[in-house]
Design a protein around this ligand. Structure first.
Ligand code: BGC
Length: 776
């Protein structure tokens, strides 16, 4: 049995070194800052069998591109893939006791502990090791990827000889001979690149510093990766092809510790002019050395203290869950790009799964967490989409749309990278998902400046696509044909309910924005109208299409149809499907799956959440019952949505069970692929499960409301949200709901239909909750 990690509410702790969980733990113990991502591989590397480790270092948004080769091509298929590169490994440290190299798989590990602390942001490993010849050492390593400085990471090594005095050599190096893993048959894993993607331009070495300058072949980016090492003894430089290092020989006295600190930085021409990269790297290293490791740790702690003050979700009564939630939030913070040029990848910067691509996961799953917890980051996620508007316009033209913008299903730099269009480009709902996040942002902030400067242009340009692809049928319904909804086990259908309902919201929102700007910002509207050539008649056409939108409904079953054909398909034979055939996508041809009533993930059920007020409770219950029975949850994006709707319709047990599946999905590796990276959408789904699910939070047209429940095994839960210039704390316990205005002048909300007004004079109100049947 592999060792399970103990449950600790504020950290991840590993007390045994176990090759069976090593690969998985490389992901769980990964560090990142939204730009640099270091997998939790040890400094000394890993000498276990091939395929049991991936020593990855990633830079969010730093990619190579390669032509997508289609043996059978078609017009306007995505032409080029972009994939996040494994960049030079700058964290390597070798420890040599004479001829013996420290390696936990050789000799004996007498003691071992590794802790990832969510409050300090430091990954600390402490161990004692006996070499094959009997020399004993203690080694303590601390690793930090700076949350305050995008380019910097550092590590500190403390070494003690426990039963001998003598020389110990420590090699601190940087290795540029790295490559991405090869893709197998699993479409979720990685890229198809076959060789090294970076070629070497220069190696520079000084007394203690080394740097590599490399360039990508096709995307044409230059990267400078540099290290500097501080030790009490002088270093001697050495290099081999694509790698450089310094060796430090310590004369260790028994039981007297010696230490060494290493700083690493990455600068690329995606961010700065090429000629400046080397200078920037060396200045950043000098500054880091002058500040020192302790100052870096102090800054890290301060950054995280502020984050947790605002973002923490506290759950009393379940340590495993508490750990899962904080772990998820910590990884979201570590993964999210915050420079307006990068976004958050499906696996963050923890692995190569999904190639570092950004999906709708951002807008529909991850955006709410940042919007309500760290709105400055949410704004940067929106900025990223605005930066991609030109490419979205170009893509729309390739797809024969005369007007408007079509965002890519998956991308890094803005171009469509989906090589399998039925479950990629056909997911036109991406446009509505982006518009939805802008609406959510506007509702939460009232920020018309943003709408005038960027938001409106995105919303209007993307709305135009619905008119481009839709048409009125003979019954006068506005139909959207040949698209794929969120459920990837059903493809290329007519009138996917989710897509049409979201398009309806989008079209109405676009028309409203025009009206709002006409009243509040006429000059800005005029500028936008000129820039995009908006015709006076377009908003009316949007309203008309929205009003006549085809929204398939089966009156006999009383449920919304996933699309025009779904209910007419053969039911999937779940009873005859062995457990090992899940996920279905790895065991059946897509056509087999598409011909059946079987869902990979929430589709109609997701619409019930996002467009909550359009449905009655009875609608929601019937839809939930029907689609639950045909959903495999093979996608990690599914369970959290089912948990939220289960909560809303009163299925408290199910709400809890689906929530548990999401909250510890990576920690417990329930999808069996966390070694390729964390699942960022599901991580954020945990936050939604608490706020939207158990607390019943909804924001509709600027109005905030709650309808809280408390799972039976929790004593209380508590979280904060930033909304309308205020910071609100929500605390639910067995008898009361308490709403507290932590910042801001006033805030109005509704609790189970009852109006609550918080002001500076009355900043906190406790409302008795009706006793209810809450089982879990
Ligand atoms: C899901 C998509 C999701 C993608 C990346 C797929 O398995 O079906 O909805 O966008 O993973 O997370």
């Amino acid at each position: 049995m592999p060792h399970a990690l103990p449950t600790d509410p504020w950290c991840l702790r590993e007390t045994h070194f176990d090759p069976a969980t090593h690969f998985l733990n490389e992901t769980l113990f990964a560090l990142g800052n939204g730009y640099i991502g270091l997998r939790g591989t040890p400094e000394e590397g890993y000498s276990g069998p091939a395929g049991t480790s991936l020593d990855g270092t990633y830079l969010n948004g730093f990619y190579e591109s390669e032509p997508i080769v289609y043996p059978e091509a078609a017009f306007a298929l995505a032409k080029t893939n972009q994939f996040m590169l494994n960049v030079p490994n700058a964290k390597g440290i070798e420890v040599w006791l004479g001829e013996e190299r420290f390696d936990p798989l050789q000799g004996t590990l007498d003691r071992y502990e590794r802790v990832l602390d969510f409050r300090t942001g430091v990954l600390r490993r402490s161990l004692e090791w006996t070499s094959p010849s009997g020399k004993r050492i203690s080694l303590v390593t601390r690793r930090v990827v700076s949350l305050a400085d995008k380019h910097l990471f550092a590590l500190d090594v403390e070494l003690t000889a426990l039963n001998f005095s003598g020389q110990v050599r420590v090699v601190s190096g940087i290795d540029g001979a790295v490559r991405n893993q090869e893709a197998g048959d699993d479409p979720r894993i990685g890229s198809a690149v076959s060789g090294p993607a970076l070629h070497l331009l220069a190696v520079e070495q000084g007394a203690t510093a080394s740097s590599l300058t490399q360039r990508t072949h096709n995307s044409g980016f230059t990267l400078v990766s540099a290290i500097d090492t501080v030790a009490a003894v002088a270093g001697s430089a050495s290099r081999r092809e694509q790698a450089a290092s310094h060796s430090f020989t310590f004369d260790l006295d028994v039981m007297l510790p010696q230490s060494l600190t290493k700083y690493g930085v990455y600068f690329s021409s995606r961010d700065y002019p090429e000629a400046e990269l080397a200078g920037l790297a060396s200045a950043a290293l000098s500054k880091a050395k002058a500040d020192g490791f302790d100052a870096l740790c102090a800054r890290q702690g301060a950054y995280l203290a502020d984050f947790w003050d605002r973002a923490d979700v506290e759950i009393a009564g379940d340590d495993a869950l508490q750990q899962g939630i904080r772990f998820n939030q910590f990884h979201l913070l570590q993964s999210v790009g915050r420079d307006g040029k990068t976004n958050i990848a499906a696996k963050g910067v923890t692995g190569e799964g999904y190639e570092g691509h950004y999906f709708w996961d951002t807008e529909i799953y991850i955006f709410p967490f940042f919007l309500y917890s760290k709105p400055e980051i949410a704004k940067q996620l929106l900025a990223y989409r605005y930066a991609g508007l030109e490419q979205a316009r170009a893509r729309a033209r390739q797809m024969s749309h005369a007007k408007g913008a079509l965002y890519p299903w998956r991308t890094i730099a803005g171009e469509e990278c989906s090589a399998y269009f039925p479950a990629g480009t056909a997911q036109y709902h991406i446009n509505a998902d982006i518009a939805y996040s802008i609406k959510l942002y506007l509702d939460a902030t009232g920020d018309l400046d943003y709408m005038a400067s960027a938001g409106a242009e995105i919303v209007l340009e993307t709305a135009r696509i619905w008119i481009g692809i839709g048409n009125y049928d003979r019954a006068g319904r506005f139909c959207i044909n040949e698209v794929t909804g969120p459920d990837e086990y059903t493809a290329l259908v007519n009138n996917n309910y989710y897509t049409n309902a979201m398009a309806q919201m989008h079209l109405r929102f676009a028309a409203e924005i025009v009206d709002t700007l006409r009243g509040a910002r006429p000059h800005d509207l005029e500028r936008i109208v000129q820039a995009i050539g908006l015709d006076d008649a377009e908003p009316a056409a949007w309203r008309r299409a929205a009003g006549r939108m085809a929204l398939p409904y089966d009156a006999a079953l009383g449920i919304h149809e996933q699309d025009d054909s779904f209910l007419g398909k053969k039911p999937w034979d779940f009873a005859a499907t062995p457990k090992e055939n899940y996920p279905l996508l790895l065991n059946y041809h897509p056509l087999v799956i598409y011909r059946h009533q079987v869902c990979k993930q929430a589709d109609v059920v997701l619409a019930l959440l996002l467009l909550s007020d359009q449905f009655t409770q009875d609608d929601k219950k019937r839809d939930f019952d029907y689609y639950e029975a045909v959903t495999t949850h093979d996608s990690s994006l599914s369970s959290c949505i089912f948990s939220i709707i289960a909560s809303e319709v009163g299925y408290q047990d199910k709400a809890y069970d689906y929530f548990m599946e999401t909250a510890r999905l990576d920690l417990d590796d329930t999808h069996g692929n966390t070694h390729y990276g964390v699942h960022t959408a599901a991580m954020a789904g945990t936050w939604m499960g608490v706020a939207y699910g158990f607390a019943g939070m909804r924001v509709a047209d600027g109005a905030l409301r709650f309808a809280p429940t408390l799972p039976a095994r929790w004593q209380h839960y508590q979280f904060q949200i930033h909304i309308q210039g205020a910071l609100l704390q929500v605390r639910i316990d067995a008898t009361h709901a308490r709403y507290t205005l932590l910042q801001g002048e006033a805030l109005g909300l509704t609790h189970c239909g009852e109006r609550v007004a918080l002001t500076r004079a009355t900043p906190s109100l406790s409302i008795a909750r009706p006793l209810q049947e809450e089982k879990a």
